[in-house]
Design a protein around this ligand. Structure first.
Ligand SMILES: [Zn+2]
Length: 468
């Protein structure tokens, strides 16, 4: 009798220890819903000439997730991040506090830390931006960047990496320096590629900032990236540094999928979605070594741009290979244009830029076009000329008309991305977010909990249940 009891106890204990969660990966594609995921897959399918799926969409559990905030069917990243990190709805713009701003919510990353796991936070945008902030900060406004950065240090989390800090000395530039504060609190700051490559100290809290940042203290768009570390490089580094006996929680945000969506730039959007999926692959490789103790969740916080597959002018056809004619992000093309603008270059003088950077042919050059679909029609030429006139003004007039056409972006650039995207069979409805649900994928420990149709707050609730 005693023997049987002992045997059962040993069995139960071994089952319990066998199915213990140890490693949690939480990937958030900012502004990534099904159109972004599927566009990336169709692009790969077209250029590989065979059916190609992203790593995330091959996961064993698949869900659909509603994203609305407490005050809008169309959320912003702060309210969505709060929902994903804490399980609570709040107002758009608020980070981990209730609508009255009287209660601070505990985040899943803080719980993981309390439970003895190591914690890492990665983003391709600045580390004080709404989505990463939603895992360590509690602020009445997502614009409190300096206060958010101070909370980053106070979180005591083990690993931060990706973009930089927007206002290290506050907006007034005379507050206590963020970097000094971080070092006083035991963080090592790395901001060169060499330091990044050589860093291997598992017992050192660290903040790793990409050497060559672009606007908004963000990492470059992946389409513009040269030798700088990528989102997957830093994900791999985090896995190596964080791996320990008690496990870890790692959040990775693909933040510029959203920015490219706001700018209605499809190829830049797709490249950043692919870079995000490459970092999901790093987690998947780790999962394959630790399948019983690892859970990977991939979701989006909302859709951005109203991106869709299909355009009136291309009807039932798509030409995803055409977007490859675009060589740089909208942001880099803006910089190219600004040089010509300074010299007040004529429309004739900039036509070659349009051909070189977007592969579009003006009617007079139509003989040179290999793909006749890349020849501009009269309507498109007219739109480009109109945008050129607008871009070459000292200041673009701020009217409803110009907003609908250009969304506050460089008129000529956004007109060119619109035309190229439409010729590829991709179109956009807004320069903001939309309210459509996002896809959620899960692999590993208790992943079946993430099948079905549920709200973004449920993801955090399930995660709290899983890590205890
Ligand atoms: Zn967002």
């Amino acid at each position: 009798m005693k023997k049987t009891f002992l045997l059962i106890t040993v069995l139960v204990l071994s089952v319990l220890s066998f199915s213990q969660i140890k490693y949690v990966f939480f990937f958030i594609g900012d502004g990534m819903a099904l159109p972004q995921i599927n566009s990336a897959e169709l692009y790969l399918t077209k250029i590989n000439n065979k059916d190609t799926k992203l790593q995330m969409s091959k996961f064993e559990a698949q869900g659909m997730t509603t994203t609305y905030s407490q005050d809008s069917f169309i959320t912003d990243s702060a309210a969505a991040g709060t929902a994903l990190a804490t399980g609570y709805k709040t107002l758009s713009g608020v980070i981990n506090m209730n609508a009255d701003k009287t209660i601070k919510y505990e985040t899943i990353a803080e719980r993981a830390k309390k439970n003895g796991m190591k914690v890492g936070i990665i983003s391709s945008v600045s580390l004080d931006h709404a989505t990463p902030a939603a895992f360590y900060a509690h602020q009445s406004s997502r614009s409190n960047y300096y206060e958010i950065a101070m909370e980053l240090v106070e979180s005591d989390f083990d690993f931060f990496g990706g973009g930089g800090i927007k206002y290290p000395k506050g907006k007034s530039k005379n507050e206590k320096d963020f970097y000094e504060y971080a070092e006083e609190n035991g963080y090592k700051i790395l901001n060169t590629e060499k330091e990044f490559d050589n860093f291997e100290d598992k017992n050192q809290k660290v903040i790793i900032i990409n050497e060559d940042l672009s606007s908004g203290s963000a990492m470059k768009y992946d389409i513009d990236r040269q030798d700088e570390f990528s989102l997957s490089d830093i994900t791999k580094k985090a896995i190596n540094i964080l791996d320990n006996e008690k496990g870890f929680f790692l959040m990775v945000e693909g933040g510029k999928i959203d920015w490219a969506g706001h700018a209605n730039d499809a190829v830049t959007n797709i490249y950043d979605t692919l870079a995000f999926d490459e970092s999901v692959k790093k987690a998947y490789e780790f999962y394959e070594e630790h399948p019983n103790e690892t859970l990977i969740i991939v979701t989006g916080d909302h859709e951005t741009g109203g991106m869709t597959i299909g355009f009136a002018g291309t009807a039932y056809s798509t030409y995803f290979d055409r977007i490859n004619n675009q060589k740089v992000s909208f942001e880099n093309f803006d910089q190219v244009l600004s040089k010509y603008k300074k010299q007040n270059a004529s429309f004739e003088d900039i036509k070659h830029l349009i051909n070189e950077n977007f592969g579009l042919f003006f009617p007079e050059d139509k003989e040179k076009a290999k793909d006749k679909g890349m020849i501009l029609n009269d309507y498109e030429v007219k739109k480009i000329k109109q945008a050129y006139d607008m871009s070459w003004k000292d200041k673009v007039p701020n009217t409803e008309y110009t907003y609908l056409l250009y969304g506050g972006y460089e008129p000529l650039t956004i007109t060119l991305t619109h035309i190229l995207n439409e010729k590829s069979g991709i179109s956009w409805t807004t320069y903001s977010h939309t309210g459509v649900p996002v896809a959620t994928f899960a692999q590993g420990y208790n992943s079946e909990m993430f099948n079905g149709y549920y709200d973004n707050t449920d993801i955090a609730k399930k995660l709290f249940q899983i890590i205890g």
